[in-house]
Design a protein around this ligand. Structure first.
Ligand SMILES: O=C(O)C(=O)C[C@]1(C(=O)O)C=C[C@@H](O)C=C1
Length: 412
C-alpha cells in the first residue's frame, strides 16, 4: 500500500469520514499512471480524483504488477484497477469492467533490420510486414504480463520475444539497440518514438478498448462508476481529460450508451470461444433453450429496475427481448465457428463463464434504458461494424444487432 492521496469530498457533510476507495495502479504506464512518492499523476489520477471528489471518497493508491493484476483483483487488494487496462476475455472472467474510457491499438516501433524486406511505397500492409519480420533473428521487446505480450505472442511465433517486467526498460531496449522493435500502443508509442532516429511506426494493427476494472463483488461500485463516466462524457469533461493526457492516440467518445453497448457486446462475444471449448469438453450442445430463457427473464427484470432507478421509461419488453435474443444468436454463431484447439484453456461453464456473461449482461441492462431515440440506422450499422470487427461476426449479423439497438430507443 502506498501513501494515500487525500481528496476533500464535496458531497458529504464535513463531519463524516470519506469512504476509502482503493485504486490499483501499475504506476509505470504514462500517460495513464505514474506514481512518485505516493503521488499519482496521469489520465487515471485525474479521472479518479475527479470521481473521488464528486462522490465523496478518499483514494488510496495500491501498486500492482501486470502479471499479477487478475490475481490481485481476485484477492481484493483493491476495489478498482486503472492504468489503461485493455478489455480482454481472460480478465472479464475475474472482474467487472466499466463502460470504456478510451480506445487504442497496438503499434510496433521498428528499426528495420538489414535482412528485412525494404520499406515499400506505399507502405506494406501492417500484418503482412509483421509476418515478414517473424523470424528467429528478429528481437522484439514488450512489457511482460500485460495485454501487449499477448498481442506479441499472437502475431509472432518464431521471433525472439523479450518480455521485460519494467515497462520503461522496453523502450530502453529499443533505444540502445538490444531490440529491433518494441511493441507499444497508440497512447505510449508517440512518446517512446520521441528522440529516437531511424524508427518506423507499424500499425495500429489491433482495435482495443480501455476501461476501469472493478472487483467482481462490487456491482454497486461498477454501476456508480458507469453512471458517473456516462455523465462525464455527456458533459465533455471526460473528453477534456483524454485530450490533456492521451492526445490523438485515444479516439473518443467511448462512454456513450451506444458505444458502451457495442463494447459490452464485443466483450460478451469474446468469451464465446471459451464457452464453445467448455461445451465440447463436456459434450453439451451449443444451444441451451433453458439458459436462454433465464438470460431473457433476468435481462427484462434488470432493464426495468435500471429504468426505474434512472427515472427513465424502459423500452417495450418486445424490444428488450429482441435485443438480448440477437446477442445470444450472435453468441451461438461465434461458438459454431470457434476452432477446436487442444491447448485452449478450459473454464467451468457454471462456475466462471456464465457468471462472467451475467456481469456483462447486467451492464448491458443498465445501458438499455439510456439508449436515445432517433438513432440513425445506417450510422449505427457502420459504428457496429467498426466496434464488432474483431468478433468474427458477419456483416448481416452485426446489422441485426445494430437494428435491435436502434429499436431500443424507438420502442418506448
Ligand atoms: O450459457 C450458455 O450455454 C451459452 O452458450 C451462452 C448463451 C448466451 O449468449 O447467453 C448462448 C447460447 C445458449 O443457447 C445460451 C446462452
Amino acid at each position: 500500500l502506498l501513501a494515500a492521496c487525500a481528496v476533500q469530498p464535496r458531497s458529504l457533510p464535513p463531519s463524516s469520514e470519506p469512504r476509502v476507495l482503493r485504486v490499483g495502479t501499475s504506476s509505470d504506464y504514462p500517460p495513464f499512471s505514474t506514481l512518485r512518492e505516493g503521488q499519482a499523476s496521469g489520465f487515471d489520477a485525474e479521472l479518479m480524483q475527479a470521481y473521488a471528489s464528486d462522490r465523496g471518497y478518499r483514494l488510496e493508491w495500491v501498486r500492482f504488477r501486470w502479471p499479477e493484476l487478475v490475481a490481485d483483483l481476485g484477492a481484493h487488494r483493491f476495489d478498482v484497477a486503472t492504468s489503461g487496462i485493455t478489455v480482454r476475455p481472460d480478465r472479464s472472467l475475474t472482474g467487472r469492467y466499466t463502460v470504456p474510457v478510451a480506445r487504442n491499438g497496438a503499434l510496433l516501433l521498428l528499426r528495420r533490420p538489414a535482412w528485412a524486406p525494404a520499406a515499400a511505397s506505399p507502405p506494406e500492409e501492417p500484418l503482412a510486414l509483421l509476418r515478414a519480420l517473424d523470424r528467429p533473428e528478429f528481437r522484439l521487446a514488450v512489457n511482460r504480463g500485460g495485454h501487449l505480450e499477448r498481442v506479441a505472442r499472437a502475431h509472432f511465433h518464431h521471433a525472439s520475444i523479450r518480455a521485460i517486467p519494467d515497462n520503461a526498460a522496453v523502450r530502453e531496449a529499443l533505444a540502445n539497440g538490444e531490440a529491433d522493435a518494441a511493441l507499444t500502443n497508440t497512447f505510449e508509442g508517440p512518446r517512446w518514438a520521441e528522440g529516437l532516429s531511424g524508427i518506423e511506426r507499424v500499425g495500429p494493427f489491433t482495435r482495443d478498448v480501455v476501461a476501469l476494472y472493478v472487483e467482481p463483488s462490487r456491482a454497486d461500485l461498477a454501476a456508480e462508476l458507469d453512471t458517473w463516466l456516462l455523465q462525464q462524457e455527456a458533459s465533455g469533461a471526460l473528453e477534456r481529460i483524454r485530450a490533456r493526457h492521451l492526445g490523438p492516440g485515444a479516439t473518443g467518445p467511448t462512454a456513450t450508451p451506444v458505444d458502451a453497448l457495442l463494447a459490452a457486446t464485443a466483450e460478451r462475444l469474446a468469451l464465446m470461444s471459451r464457452v464453445a471449448t467448455a461445451k465440447r469438453r463436456a459434450g453439451l450442445p451449443i444451444e441451451v433453450p433453458a439458459q436462454e430463457a433465464r438470460v431473457l427473464e433476468t435481462a427484462r427484470k434488470e432493464v426495468h429496475e435500471a429504468a426505474a432507478a434512472l427515472g427513465l421509461a424502459a423500452p417495450r419488453d418486445e424490444a428488450i427481448i429482441t435485443f438480448f435474443q440477437a446477442q445470444m444468436d450472435a453468441a451461438k454463431q461465434i461458438q459454431l465457428r470457434a476452432p477446436d484447439t487442444a491447448e485452449a484453456p478450459v473454464h467451468s461453464l457454471d462456475g466462471e463463464l456464465r457468471p462472467a456473461l451475467a456481469r456483462i449482461s447486467a451492464r448491458i441492462s443498465t445501458l438499455v434504458p439510456r439508449v436515445p431515440g432517433g438513432l440513425e440506422r445506417e450510422a449505427t450499422r457502420r459504428k457496429a461494424r467498426e466496434e464488432l470487427a474483431s468478433t468474427g461476426l458477419e456483416g448481416a449479423e452485426m446489422d441485426r444487432l445494430a437494428d435491435a439497438l436502434v429499436e431500443l430507443g424507438t420502442a418506448r
